[in-house]
Design a protein around this ligand. Structure first.
Ligand code: CU
Length: 286
């Protein structure tokens, strides 16, 4: 055989190998998994873990038999270990059993773990417990535009190492599509940033003296021009929504104004002024 023919044969074999490798990729991908005494637990991302709303599933199987295990209660305790030393939590929804051994969950990350330049800002620890057995996953959480707005209380404070600090409210993009806006709104409620209750009328917050502060009056307004404002409906449990808005095209802005118990929240915790009176979601194309 000529050298050229040998080369051609080699390329042909290489091509066949690549095609068959691609053919195999239709089988289910391997997910990150951890085993406990009784179970194998797989973490199945449904969206790329990122600042803001992130959805995922867990799959629970019997470690010995490989059978799927449905109907269990799996609890979550998320914490971010910050560089250098502090730590905090983030809001999340309870996991629900899908009946087939998978469990669906949503985490609303208040912070990315990877900076825009790729450097690490800390580590997220997603600690799941089932039947007293605990596993921890550490997904990298990317930055994401248009995923979260943070607004601060002015006289609305929580405790801190310095005595008190402005309470931060998180307005999460829970679905801004077409002419519909859905938000999930939470607030920090303790000095260690470990509790993030969902905020609606009826929620009880706590001030810097740990005195209960019931939310008796709350409005969430949106605008695309900062002139005409439309109020969202309070669906309870921190879920706010409005349909029939002016079309929310990619690249446009949706301004958000938040008032709780008569106090309008601001981007910096200072009194309402010309530039700090509202948050701004930049609409990202889907
Ligand atoms: Cu953090």
């Amino acid at each position: 055989m000529h050298l050229k023919n040998i080369m051609n044969l080699f390329l042909l074999i290489l091509a066949i190998t690549l095609v068959s490798a691609c053919g195999n990729s239709t089988s289910e991908p391997k997910y990150e998994s951890v085993t406990t005494t009784s179970y194998k637990i797989e973490y199945i991302p449904l969206t790329t873990a990122a600042e803001g709303k992130t959805t995922y599933k867990l799959r629970l199987t019997n470690k010995t038999t490989g059978a799927t295990v449905a109907g269990k209660t799996i609890t979550l305790a998320p914490t971010m270990t910050m560089i250098p030393s502090t730590s905090h939590s983030t809001p999340y929804d309870a996991l629900s059993s899908n009946g087939d051994g998978t469990y669906s969950g949503t985490i609303y990350f208040v912070m990315a773990s990877i900076a825009a330049d790729g450097s690490s800002m800390g580590t997220w620890n997603l600690e799941f417990t089932v039947d007293g057995e605990t596993v921890t996953f550490h997904p990298n959480v990317a930055m994401a535009m248009g995923s979260i707005i943070k607004l601060k209380g002015v006289n609305d404070k929580i405790g801190s190492m310095l005595g008190s600090t402005s309470r931060t409210y998180q307005v999460f993009n829970d679905g801004i599509v077409g002419s519909n806006a859905k938000f999930f709104i939470t607030a920090v409620d303790d000095s260690a940033m470990m509790t993030f209750p969902a905020v609606s009328v009826g929620t009880t917050l706590h001030n810097q003296m740990n005195t209960a502060v019931p939310v008796t009056d709350m409005t969430v307004d949106v605008s695309n021009d900062k002139a005409t404002w439309t109020a969202l409906s309070d669906n309870g449990s921190g879920r706010w929504s409005k349909s029939g808005l002016a079309p929310l095209a990619a690249g446009s802005h949706l301004y958000v104004r938040l008032t709780v118990n008569g106090e309008q929240k601001t981007t910096d915790g200072a009194a309402v002024g010309a530039s700090n009176a509202y948050g701004d979601f930049t609409i990202v194309g889907m």
